[in-house]
Design a protein around this ligand. Structure first.
Ligand SMILES: Nc1ncnc2c1ncn2[C@@H]1O[C@H](COP(=O)(O)OP(=O)(O)O)[C@@H](O)[C@H]1O
Ligand SMILES: [Mg+2]
Length: 303
């Protein structure tokens, strides 16, 4: 099970949209995906058609009351896609845990004893727009970080702080944490501003910057109000195309071969461990070397 934190302490940059639609794209490829809503605003919970005010058990029960993760997992309308919902009670967690020893490792421990860990291929954490205890739990529990970034003026502001926190977590609590990529979201290719900002992001992040750009797309903005992912809401939209392309690029970046399309019997040779696309080389400005990456592995689609 690969654990992915989708994080950026700025709000409105595309974290929730990316978590839901990356998760849905992976689920459509036959991979089993669990989404964890770690934001008290519960946007992800609503996006997958749940009602935060009606949820009895949310991530709060896990973080504060030692409730087992297995008891919190719910189905969504999409096969292979599951969710642990959030609600506003999560807002109180930071304060309650403030003086509790080991507060940053609660989620990691919960995942270690999670019975579903053998049946899920991915768990995605949708982080809140802050760098508090909730985000720390996500970073400590994660293998990979995905940083969505809005292609607009000042989008790099705050990035030094985020990279510093990631480095600190790597040093103290989770040495295997790696940055997978920086994903430009809400890109308007027609404006010089977007182009300029992308060039600036490229100078800072180099090979960590994805080739995929998530364009501005009204269907992506509409989908949450229907409680549907972009693939159900508007499968022919640019939003669906961009997130499908991102999912493929992401799998290649982390060295996971995309499973054969559902219904296709062709299984890649187990000895052929080369990823579909060359993994990106080079080092991020404030991230660990990437040459300690585990060899590419394959994830079998659920039968
Ligand atoms: N590519 C896009 N094009 C148009 N609207 C988008 C796009 N990505 C996200 N949005 C919208 O922008 C808002 C903020 O996105 P969201 O994913 O909720 O950000 P975050 O989780 O970082 O706060 C939401 O209303 C969302 O529907
Ligand atoms: Mg969000």
């Amino acid at each position: 099970m690969q654990r992915i934190a989708v994080i950026n302490q700025k709000g409105g940059v595309g974290k929730t949209t990316t978590t839901v639609n990356l998760g849905a794209a992976l689920a459509h490829r036959g991979l089993r995906v669990l989404l964890l809503d770690m934001d008290p605003q519960a946007n992800l919970t609503v996006h997958v058609d749940k009602r935060p005010d009606l949820e009895g058990s949310t991530l709060t029960s896990l973080l504060l009351d030692d409730q087992k993760l297995d008891a919190l997992v719910q189905e969504t309308g999409l096969p292979n896609l599951f969710v642990v919902p959030s609600d506003t009670s999560l807002a109180g967690v930071e304060q309650v845990l403030a003086n509790r020893i080991g507060r940053e490792t609660i989620l990691r421990e919960a995942l270690e004893t999670f019975a579903g860990r053998t049946s899920f291929d991915f768990v995605l954490f949708d982080c809140p727009p802050s760098l508090g205890v909730l985000s720390a739990n996500a970073l400590v529990a994660a293998d990979w970080v995905v940083i969505p970034m809005q292609a607009e003026y000042l989008s790099l502001q705050g990035m030094a702080k985020l990279l510093e926190v990631i480095q600190l977590v790597q040093k103290r609590l989770n040495p295997q944490l790696k940055i997978a990529c920086v994903l430009p979201c809400m890109v308007d290719a027609r404006t010089n501003l977007s182009t300029e900002v992308l060039r600036e992001i490229d100078t800072h992040f180099g090979s960590l910057l994805t080739r995929t750009r998530i364009r501005n797309n009204v269907k992506l903005a509409e989908a949450p109000s229907f409680g549907r992912t972009i693939f159900e809401h508007a499968p022919d939209s640019n939003g669906a195309r961009d997130y499908a392309a991102f999912a493929d690029e992401f799998l290649a970046m982390i060295g996971v071969r995309a499973p054969a399309a559902v219904g296709n019997d062709e299984v890649p040779s187990p000895t052929d461990d080369s990823p579909e696309v060359e993994p990106l080389a080079g080092e991020p400005p404030a991230a660990p070397a990437r040459d300690d990456e585990p060899p590419p592995r394959e994830i079998a689609a659920e039968a």
